[in-house]
Design a protein around this ligand. Structure first.
Ligand code: DX5
Ligand code: ZN
Length: 228
């Protein structure tokens, strides 16, 4: 597979008192995407930031805004994130039936943004098979959603391979994103299984030198992808 690796630092791991500086830091570090984790205290046992924060950050950067909705009511809130400047909005498979999920994707497209579908670690990846004709991205969770800084679950590799195979065989524009515990020690596992978008929270924002971290993770990912 020959798809460009994109690095998506997760703002959840940034210094919350200095978000504007942190966004600039990872943009200058060469990250193409900014991963924005939205939590409602219901779908996951944590809260994060709102559409208001996303909107406040939008004018500061040209990075692609990758909004990951970990909320039980994506239908009720997705438009506020489109209005806030999201480029892609990802919803969870576990939050709605397939008919609703299809309508979500179609609605997001009608509003001019891309749509992603995500699976928690215990959700089989095959459950999204009938949705890939309308979604632009599959996001495979490699930690239980809710918190940054957890360890990468290596046994998600088969799910990544399945999604990459779908991209290679049926849906050439499908992005395959991996989220949770990705860093210099695990980027090869994710990219070597076929992921092309690597979310990295603590590995980038927690690094002494964010530019070096982005460069290193990208290099490891590109090498692993080239050897598939
Ligand atoms: C977890 C979030 C992740 C998280 C990743 O619920 O979806 O995006 O911020 O953080 P790290 O890279 O630190 O595991
Ligand atoms: Zn996320």
């Amino acid at each position: 597979m020959n798809r460009q690796i994109k690095i998506a630092p997760s703002l959840l791991a940034a210094d919350a008192a200095r978000l504007a500086d942190e966004v600039k830091k990872v943009e200058n570090a060469g990250a193409e995407w900014l991963h924005l984790d939205i939590m409602d205290g219901h779908f996951v046992p944590n809260l994060s930031f709102s559409a208001q924060t996303v909107a406040a950050l939008r004018p500061l950067t040209r990075m692609y805004f990758d909004v990951h909705l970990m909320i039980t009511d994506p239908v009720g809130y997705m438009d506020s994130f489109v209005d806030a400047g999201a480029d892609i909005v990802t919803v969870h498979k576990e939050t709605a039936d397939d008919e609703t999920l299809r309508k979500i994707a179609e609605h997001l497209h009608s509003r001019g943004v891309k749509a992603g579908i995500s699976v928690k670690p215990k959700t089989p990846i095959e459950t999204v098979a009938g949705l890939l004709d309308v979604f632009d991205m599959v996001l495979i969770m490699t930690v239980e959603p809710g918190f940054g800084g957890q360890s990468y679950m290596k046994d998600m590799d088969e799910k990544i391979k399945w999604a990459a195979k779908m991209a290679n065989t049926k849906y050439p524009n499908l992005e395959v994103e991996v989220d949770g515990g990705v860093g210099v020690k695990t980027a090869a596992l994710a990219a070597g299984s076929g992921a092309n978008v690597l979310v990295a929270g603590s590995a980038v924002f927690g690094a002494a030198d964010a530019s070096a971290a982005v460069k290193e993770i990208r290099g490891i990912g590109e090498t692993a992808a080239a050897n598939i």
